[in-house]
Design a protein around this ligand. Structure first.
Ligand code: PMP
Length: 326
């Protein structure tokens, strides 16, 4: 089950901004996240190019959700799945990948420019064995093609073409770029906002033209990019928005307690970005974003009292609910 996810109206935030704040519920994909769309297209791309045949191995470098999507599909399609990931990711993601039958190789966190970055290790391993493909989610544009062919058309249909802005955070950039390419082709007036977490470089790139980090590191996972990936290259993006962790966390808890959605921090960041965009555009506009995944994978970080306290984020949670954090 990939795509055709529900579109919901976020009532409280729509009321507060005078805009329609809408979100695609991406955790309704079978593997539980927006990345199922890319995972399916990456596997189909490899099959079409003859890089993968029966009994083959899919290898990917991933912080989690792409791996979960790939592992699900590999299991159903009869492929082996090997996932390289940085060793700073939540243990829930590792357990899920293992449960799905993937082999997980956790490697030390080093920058893309280092030869031992998890993506380079994934590529080298795929090259070293027969009938294997490195799906290369960051730079294989089959990723954004998934959103050109599914997310974009779905948003257009869900809103009957009445959409003024889209707002997405970026990991690979596939969601933002693909959706923007499709929707701008339908209506060039649609505004595309890139919502960036603290510590990532894209906000400055799309506001000042400099690939330079903003201060801090983020509690969000799966988003925040240090370079222009091939999926982002040439994509129509109008404006960068910086969403601080305090805002992303506050919004994640507002989604939980006010709107009825238990989601991860990238969803909170997306929605906080959508509110910023709504305020910039003014009342009467329709702003679309997505809820990327659920909160279940993030107990050890986002929903941990110690972690929130350590990062100075505990006061973002409504006082009445602080006692319920573990
Ligand atoms: N949210 C979460 C939780 C993710 O795992 C990812 C992808 N890593 C994204 C958002 C961003 O998606 P994309 O790669 O399409 O930019």
């Amino acid at each position: 089950m990939v795509g055709r996810t529900p579109m919901v109206r976020l009532n409280k935030l729509s009321q507060e901004t005078g805009c329609e704040i809408l979100a695609k519920v991406e955790f309704c994909n079978g593997g539980g996240s927006v990345k199922d769309r890319a995972a399916l297209f990456l596997i189909q791309d490899a099959e079409r190019k003859g890089q993968l045949s029966a009994g083959g191995t899919v290898v990917e470098g991933t912080a989690g959700n792409t791996g979960i999507g790939l592992a699900h599909m590999c299991s159903a399609m009869g492929y082996k799945c090997v996932i390289y990931m940085p060793d700073n990711q939540s243990p829930e993601k590792v357990s899920t990948l293992k449960l799905l039958g993937a082999e997980v190789r956790q490697v030390p966190v080093v920058a893309w420019t280092d030869d031992n970055n998890y993506n380079h290790q994934a590529r080298r391993y795929a090259e070293s064995i027969e009938n294997a493909v490195w799906t290369n989610q960051f730079d294989n544009v089959a990723n954004r093609q998934a959103h050109i062919e599914t997310t974009g058309p779905e948003i257009w249909d869900d809103t009957n073409g009445k959409v003024d802005a889209i707002v997405f955070a970026t990991g690979t950039g596939g969601t933002l770029a693909g959706t923007s390419i499709y929707l701008k082709d339908k209506n060039p007036k649609i505004q595309t906002f890139l919502a960036d977490p603290q510590g990532s470089v894209l906000y400055k790139y799309f506001t000042e033209g400099k690939l330079e980090r903003t201060d801090g590191s983020s509690i969000t996972e799966g988003i925040g990019q240090g370079r222009i990936t091939k999926n982002l290259e040439g994509a129509p993006i109008d404006q960068g928005l910086l969403v601080m962790d305090a805002d992303a966390v506050k919004t994640t808890f507002s989604l939980l307690y006010d709107e009825g959605f238990f989601v991860g921090a990238s969803s909170g960041l997306n929605v906080a970005g959508a509110v910023q965009a709504a305020r910039l555009m003014g009342p009467g506009h329709t702003v679309v974003t997505c809820l990327c995944d659920t909160g279940h994978k993030y107990y050890s970080r986002l929903f941990s009292r110690d972690e929130l306290e350590k990062r100075g984020l505990l006061e973002c949670i409504p006082e009445a609910h602080r006692h319920s954090l573990h």
